[in-house]
Write a protein that binds this ligand. Structure first.
Ligand code: TNX
Length: 542
């Protein structure tokens, strides 16, 4: 995959002098090679020299683009706290000046696609080129990873040489959908906590934030036409804590923040099951008296359920035979679509054990039509494929690949999120204090060493739109908890989504090679203040 270009004697001399120079004063410059990027780029050729960032390094962009300016500012802002440099961003017609980091779309290879980029680093200049702005943003994440880990610290670092290794990288993603899901219903997380997660996703080039906004335990998104959903339905969470919700302004702020990072927000309203919070808020959404089965031997008969703070699943259902249910869905989808610039809305559809199959199938069909009428495409958990799918609907395979195949047979694509491999709420092993383990224990190697294209028979490369990992939050309460379950597994999922396997064939993802790269990200996690799980399987670097 990579050809290491050997350098000329002259270059060798420069390198030698440089080494002498930096050995004269204490410096920390560990970790910055082209060999430890995650996700692994498609092509890397290093040339063994260095480009040094100093306070006089300029960031140059082609004139006339606000979008390029904000991408360049993002880089300058990332570098400012740790380097202490206030790098200037200037539109410059002369794009060859020495000592600059040039960020440009002009002349970039269109074949790199929407998110691809090319990075060329010489001793004199850094050139980041991409046909689209999103590619430039992805390329900036590569630049960050090429700098010493200390660049991620929040306070100024003295005695660090801020150099980049020279060479070229040509890079683009394998799948168009590289997602992560966060469940904010079982435990609520603030806008600030969500933004931090978006920052960490961006660092690993993920591009979809699947926001699971409603469930039995809480309704977390303000719907102005049905205000009790949040005022009452959002007022608690697992364990009985105070819950919370996002106002529509909060939601828009997260969407904006995600957009700045070229991440699409995909909101989920889970239906017809997982709806206890809505059913408790609006009695009219219930059928008449229901038996509410929390677990065997614990059954209650009541007309309107109370708020629920346990962690059982599969006991609630919207009343699919009432017209008011569809008015409700229409209002919710209308308000949600109006503040969601991304093309997708996720309709859930999982584990509707309290809905009869003959009710589930027409319900899912009708809900899809409502979503389409509001101008959005449908995503749902794999069970929705037991219904007729609208064109472009995608099924997210979490439990049953047979449902994925039903979606494919209807002309749809799938997103691979098999619980046994991609569930971030699964404990690492039996000693992990957080998490569940109904699907599997998922150690870091197991999370990485699987291949979406061979995971299930009959689901092939051309059927797969992408991959997504999911953090359900029954046991997750704090930012530190999120960190611990997400890291260090997330970079592995990011790589499965972005990087083709070494020989371009499925099944050859190499844990032994990967764990060395992951180890070198340990100091980066620390610099970012991430409370990560220090798996013994990884030879962490100090
Ligand atoms: C299954 S995955 C669920 C979630 C739970 C999760 C816990 C899926 C579509 N449904 O409601 O939170 O297991 O691991």
């Amino acid at each position: 995959m990579r050809n290491k270009i050997t350098h000329s004697p002259k270059v060798g001399f420069v390198l030698f002098s440089f080494a002498v120079l930096i050995s004269c004063h204490p410096s920390r410059n560990e970790g910055n090679t082209m060999e430890s990027i995650i996700p692994q780029p498609q092509r890397v050729a290093s040339t063994g020299n260095k480009f040094l960032i100093t306070e006089s390094t300029g960031i140059a962009i082609e004139p006339g683009s606000e979008e390029l300016r904000s991408i360049a500012n993002y880089l300058a802002n990332k570098l400012r706290p740790s380097t202490g440099y206030n790098l200037s961003v200037s539109p410059r017609a002369n794009q060859t000046a020495a000592g600059t980091i040039l960020i440009t779309t002009s002349g970039a290879d269109a074949l790199l696609g929407e998110e691809g980029y090319e990075l060329t680093i010489t001793e004199d200049q850094v050139k980041l080129a991409a046909p689209q702005a999103a590619g430039l943003f992805r390329g900036i994440q590569t630049i960050r990873q090429l700098l010493p880990p200390a660049v991620e610290r929040n306070a100024q670092q003295k005695h660090v040489d801020w150099h980049l290794p020279t060479g070229t990288i040509r890079d683009y993603p394998n799948y168009p959908w590289r997602g992560m899901m966060l469940d904010v219903s079982r435990h609520f997380f603030s806008v600030e906590e969500v933004k931090r997660l978006l920052d960490l996703m961006a660092y690993y080039k993920l591009n979809v934030f699947h926001w699971s906004l409603t469930n039995d335990q809480g309704w977390r998104i303000e719907i102005k036409s049905w205000p009790k959903l949040t005022s009452y339905g959002g007022s608690t969470q697992v364990g009985g804590g105070k819950g919370g919700f996002y106002t529509q302004e909060d939601y828009k702020e997260v969407v904006r923040y995600a957009q700045e990072r070229y991440i699409t927000v995909v909101p989920e309203i889970d239906m017809p099951g997982h709806t206890n919070a809505a059913l408790a808020s609006y009695p009219e959404l219930n059928c008449s008296e229901q038996t509410i089965k929390l677990n065997p031997g614990n059954e209650v008969k009541r007309k309107v359920p109370g708020l629920y703070t346990g962690i059982e699943v599969g006991f609630s259902t919207l009343c699919t035979s009432k017209e008011i249910t569809y008015e409700f869905v229409d209002d919710v989808m209308g308000e949600l679509a109006a503040m969601t610039p991304g093309p997708y809305i996720h309709i859930g559809g999982d584990e509707s054990h309290a809905t009869r199959k003959e009710d589930y199938i027409p319900f899912v069909k009708r809900v899809q039509e409502i979503v389409v009428r509001h101008g959005k495409k449908v995503v749902g958990w794999d069970e929705i494929a037991t219904s007729a799918l609208v064109p472009d609907a995608m099924a997210q395979v979490w439990a049953d690949p047979k449902n994925g195949k039903l979606a494919i047979a209807q002309g749809g694509k799938v997103i691979m999120s098999p619980a046994r491999k991609a569930y971030l709420d699964m404990s690492y092993d039996s000693t992990t204090k957080l998490g569940l383990h109904w699907a599997a224990y998922i150690e870091v190697d197991s999370a990485y060493a699987w291949e979406p294209t061979t995971y299930a028979q009959g689901i092939k490369r051309e059927n797969i739109y992408g991959i997504e990992s999911a953090l359900w939050s029954e046991t997750i309460q704090t930012r530190a908890d999120i960190d611990y379950m997400v890291f260090p597994r997330l970079p592995g999922y990011a790589e499965i989504g972005w990087s083709a396997t070494a020989d371009g064939k499925p099944g050859s993802r190499n844990w032994e090679e990967y764990k060395g790269r992951l180890a070198s990200h340990g100091p980066r996690f620390k610099a970012m203040g991430i409370n990560f799980y220090q798996s013994k399987l990884v030879p962490w670097k100090e």
